[in-house]
Design a protein around this ligand. Structure first.
Ligand SMILES: C[S@@+](CC[C@H](N)C(=O)[O-])C[C@H]1O[C@@H](n2cnc3c(N)ncnc32)[C@H](O)[C@@H]1O
Ligand SMILES: Nc1nc2[nH]cc(C(=O)O)c2c(=O)[nH]1
Ligand code: SF4
Ligand SMILES: [Mg+2]
Length: 199
């Protein structure tokens, strides 16, 4: 029976990006070696710190709630083979959405792929090409140029988002607003769940 390290699971509202505002069940898998200095979930990094949970038990937990959108996040979820998990979720009529840095090869079958590349471990070109959504975290002014370098590597259909790093949001959000007005292929993404004070 397939099992994966699970840090936490919760039914909430997708706070970020294209699907913001939609009900979704989150499965946060343990394990990440990307090492973002500003990561807002560093407790996820050690995969051995989290219990291994059977895929069937995760699906049962999801389907106890009315929503059928499931976000697989972490940690870096693509450090694991997600083939069995996405197959089981599709078998239960769920939509599979992933939040990934793109640093590892894609496994699993995805209805929505959000790639948020990181300076600390480069994304794989083939993952960038398959992104439905590119979400760049803006920590300082130089990140706009870095965002454009990654936008050049995604498909013409990929939605482009600029999201302020949480601790820098007061300073960076006005710059993002101005950038989007001047470069309207981009959109603003905020971590709306943090403003709503929900998980
Ligand atoms: C915690 S990560 C987990 C998934 C994957 N490891 C990744 O980085 O995409 C989920 C999302 O939160 C974003 N994120 C993490 N820390 C953040 C912060 N301090 N401010 C804004 N966004 C953050 C990431 O860029 C990513 O889009
Ligand atoms: N509500 C809510 N939306 C989110 N979108 C991406 C998240 C993540 O940590 O992957 C996240 C999260 O942690 N909570
Ligand atoms: S890749 Fe994601 S989980 Fe890993 S350190 Fe960066 S933000 Fe955190
Ligand atoms: Mg989060």
């Amino acid at each position: 029976m397939a099992a994966l390290p699970l840090m936490e699971q919760f039914y909430t509202i997708q706070g970020e990006g294209f699907n913001a505002g939609r009900a979704a069940y989150f499965l946060r898998l343990g394990g990440c070696d990307v090492g973002c200095v500003w990561c807002d979930v560093k407790e996820s990094w050690d995969r051995d710190a989290h219990p291994r949970v059977a895929v069937a038990d995760m699906v049962a937990a999801v389907t106890a709630f009315p929503g059928r959108n499931v976000v697989i996040t972490g940690g870096e979820p693509l450090m694991h083979d997600l083939t069995d998990l996405t197959a089981a979720l599709h078998g239960a009529n769920c939509q599979t959405w992933i939040e990934t840095s793109g640093a590892y090869p894609l496994s699993g079958d995805w209805d929505w792929i959000c790639v948020s590349p990181k300076k600390f471990k480069a994304p794989l070109p083939e993952v960038l090409r398959q992104a439905h959504e590119l979400k760049i975290i803006v920590f300082n002014q130089s990140d706009f140029q870095w965002a454009e370098e990654h936008a050049a590597q995604v498909s013409e259909h990929t939605r482009l988002y600029l999201q302020p790093e949480w601790s820098r949001a007061a300073r960076m959000t006005p710059l993002i607003v101005e950038y989007v007005k001047q470069n309207p292929r981009w959109q603003v993404s905020l971590q709306t769940h943090k403003y709503l004070d929900i998980p």
